[in-house]
Design a protein around this ligand. Sequence first.
Ligand SMILES: *[C@@H]1O[C@H](CO)[C@@H](O)[C@H](O)[C@H]1NC(C)=O
Ligand SMILES: *[C@@H]1O[C@H](CO)[C@@H](O)[C@H](O)[C@H]1NC(C)=O
Ligand SMILES: *[C@@H]1O[C@H](CO)[C@@H](O)[C@H](O)[C@H]1NC(C)=O
Ligand SMILES: [Zn+2]
Length: 455
Amino acid sequence: MSIFWIYFMLFVSAFLECLCSSTTNNSDVKLLLVSFDGFRASYLELYAFPNLQKMITSGTLVKHVNNVFVTKTFPNHYSIVTGRFAESHGVVANTMYDTATNKSFSTFEDKDPFWWNEATPIWVTNQQQGHKSGGAMWPGTDVFIHNTTPSYYLNYNYSTPFSKRVDHIIEWFTNSTGPINFGTLYWEEPDSTGHRSGPDSKELKNKLKEVDNNIGYLIDQLQKTGLWNTVNIIITSDHGMAQCSDKKVIQLDNCIGRGNYTRVTNSPVAAILPLSDVNYVYKLLSNCDTHMKVYLKEDIPDRFHYKHNKRIQPILLVADEGWTIVQNGSITQLGDHGYDNALPSMHPLLVAYGPVFKRGYKINSINNIDIYPLMCRVLGLKEEPNNGTFGNVRCLLASESCVGLPDVIGIVIGSLMILITVLCLLILLKKRATPRRAFARLQLQDDDDDDPLID
Ligand SMILES: *[C@@H]1O[C@H](CO)[C@@H](O)[C@H](O)[C@H]1NC(C)=O
Ligand SMILES: *[C@@H]1O[C@H](CO)[C@@H](O)[C@H](O)[C@H]1NC(C)=O
Ligand SMILES: *[C@@H]1O[C@H](CO)[C@@H](O)[C@H](O)[C@H]1NC(C)=O
Ligand SMILES: [Zn+2]
């Protein structure tokens, strides 16, 4: 009986705390969303990040972020800011072709709102709900999505140094006429070096030191301007990185003549637009290489959430981890991503720091589409329809009480101690009562009904 009551009361108190914590005034809350492209989750276990660790120690760490398929830059950056799978936000690849309009999209030709308008990114929603947003080169922030850019933004230029991007962010948060409450910041590393030299290389290791210094610069600037400890920061990434090898190459020319198809995307996930009969092309490709899965669009696994969009081409080739798809020849880079989003090597991490986030809190995983409802909650915004689940990320917030494993162990040990105490008392009582035997037995029998644990 005692255990039951302890659990019951714990649940009641947790429930009441949840109810109370959901009513807060968010109008002063500031949030900065940062992406270091291609920051693989396991880098944190392999290398030292003194500056990032400062934020982890007094913030929250999510060790693995389950990103969306395809594990490429544009689809995942748009999933983070819309909370939607690629099929539902429309940016289904870094390179796209729309048959109906004959339009093309690439990372260098990305300004046509057509490609972005199937969803609404959080910076637009933030502005529609009365605030100002800033965009420092996050993909899409220099595009007129639903006729709107961020209140302040930079045109994408990869040669703009990290420090300059940070300086703009700081200026926007402190602008005396119209400060932002939400900013996004993007940096191309460690992705570029990961591609060029591979995730296992010395070059990558050195680049990660530089990335940590970048984080150090951001912290310094926030401290200097008094924003540190008022701005909430989420540092995350779009995807991880896999090591490629010239021994892992799939050559399409060995299997199919080039006149049969157009490659809309290349590797490691190739979108194939057949020029001859779809089933004929599919048959040639599916017999090509055991290290590549070949799907007709309608057979793409449901777990990819990568089917229901006309920008997804009729045939999809998905290379196994570390394999490269080419027409002929060899690999051009030592690292790549885009592979199956269930692979740990494709996962980034997430670090959250600031007044709204728990301190010294670690969890194993969330989905990157859950970051959107988290940010909406932090900023007090009404969400657009999305595929994320706030319940998955609720515990990152300081205002939410969550029973973790240490708490559970505490409760179990505590309950056992109370139970043992009660048992000891009962035994003592029983011993004392032995002289008056008949009466004691009667009492015990009475008790039996409502206390099955002592049976
Ligand atoms: C929230 O707080 C701000 C200033 O602290 C105030 O101006 C605003 O009216 C408050 N909003 C609500 C909904 O209470
Ligand atoms: C299609 O591929 C097959 C097999 O390689 C080849 O024989 C044929 O000529 C190709 N057709 C075109 C139109 O390129
Ligand atoms: C994802 O969200 C969109 C927009 O609300 C919705 O249309 C779609 O059905 C959702 N997808 C899944 C798999 O629930
Ligand atoms: Zn990349």
